[in-house]
Design a protein around this ligand. Structure first.
Ligand code: F6P
Length: 366
């Protein structure tokens, strides 16, 4: 009988919206596993690959050269919940059913002793439920939103901030040339980390985040005050979940094909139209959208993702399952998966970036 925690083969899965650094984690897990004589298998397209038994080999050769590649070589999906797996019946109707038995089969079929699961809130929620079914899982926190509780930072966030910052930099010159207000909408779901960090780094004049419902009047006043001081342009950075006090978030679409029912989007245009009407200053909207999810990870994300991947493999070897690797005060640690899913880590008024932004005159529309 092999010892209880002997690990010979593991599966790696990337779930949820992609982000820069997924390949870095995959590479780190595969390389450190190889040093221990542990084989790796790649699960394709998130939990869907586990349900449908779509699995590929994952050797050190397979991960050579992927450090700089955005996205994930395994594919991802934010639509598939194995507990409510969607399938189209022969008569065309759509039904959902629990396919976790198929997951257990796939794991047995490939003789996977454990899984390393990379993902955000939704992926970690499902991972936690699978742990309760006996699956040995270590989670790795991914998302450009940086909204996962239990960790100070998710990988992918720094790259998204850099990309958004570069875009805001570029928008400055056209805003200044045309004396316009540029309203830049960025992703982030119900958290404003991306808007806050890129708005501050990009020299935004107004930053609007979901956590602090804004007053349109205050935003208009900030733009008018800049005009009165000879600054004939303004940059407004708005998180997709931002909303006026007493108002609602702007929804792009209700999705019935996804566990994440609400797709946010449209606050930029909504706000730009209203600001143009109230200030008389020409406004334009730029939605950065998925652009910030693409591209090569910045150095800090590569290093964070590598640290996460190495620690995830260590935890597998040590039998620390049902937990997610995490960063606390720049030290890699871990937290229970049960403490992660279904929650959001939000921006607070006393966060150092908010305090610094206010100190230099950036308004949050309060
Ligand atoms: O969670 C990451 C994220 O990019 C959010 O910021 C955004 O709301 C959502 O995913 C978009 O998802 P989709 O890939 O379905 O468009």
């Amino acid at each position: 009988m092999p010892p209880k925690n002997l690990i010979r083969r593991i599966g790696i899965l990337t779930g949820g919206g992609d982000c820069p650094g997924l390949n870095v984690v995959i590479r780190a897990v595969v390389k450190s596993a190889a040093k221990r004589g542990i084989q790796c298998r790649g699960i394709l397209d998130g939990y869907k690959g586990l349900v449908l038994n779509e699995v590929r080999s994952l050797s050190t050769d397979d991960v050579s050269g992927i450090l700089t590649q955005g996205g994930t070589i395994l594919g991802s999906s934010n639509k598939d919940d194995p507990f409510h797996f969607m399938e189209t019946r022969p008569n065309g109707t759509v039904a959902r059913r629990d396919r976790t038995a198929d997951i257990l089969e796939t794991i047995k079929w490939h003789a996977l002793d454990a899984l390393v699961v990379l993902g955000g809130d939704g992926t970690m929620t499902v991972a936690d439920k699978l742990v309760r079914k006996g699956v040995k899982i270590v989670g790795v926190p991914k998302t450009i939103d940086n909204d996962l509780v239990g960790t100070d930072q998710t990988f992918g966030f720094d790259t998204a901030v850099s990309t958004a910052t570069e875009a805001i930099d570029r928008l400055h010159s056209t805003a200044a040339s045309h004396h316009r207000v540029m309203v830049v909408e960025v992703m982030g779901r119900y958290a404003g980390w991306l808007a806050l960090a890129s708005g501050l780094a990009g020299g935004g004049d107004v930053i609007l985040v979901p956590e602090f419902p804004y007053s349109e009047k205050k935003v208009a006043e900030a733009i008018e005050a800049r005009h009165a001081n000879g600054r004939k342009f303004s940059i407004v950075v708005v998180g997709e979940g931002a909303h006026p006090a007493g108002g609602k978030m702007v929804i792009d679409k209700i999705r019935n094909d996804s566990p994440e029912k609400i797709r946010l989007g449209g606050i930029g245009k909504f706000l730009a139209d209203r600001l143009e009407a109230s200030t008389g200053v020409e406004c334009r909207t730029v939605v950065l959208g998925h652009v910030v999810r693409g591209g090569t990870p910045v150095a800090s994300d590569r290093n964070l993702a590598t640290r996460y991947g190495v620690e995830a493999l260590e935890m597998v070897v040590d039998g620390k399952f049902g937990r997610m690797v995490a960063l606390k005060n720049n030290v890699i640690t871990s937290v229970p998966l049960s403490a992660v899913g279904g929650r959001t880590r939000n921006v607070t008024m006393n966060h150092p970036l908010v305090v610094a932004a206010k100190s230099i005159g950036i308004t949050f529309g309060q």
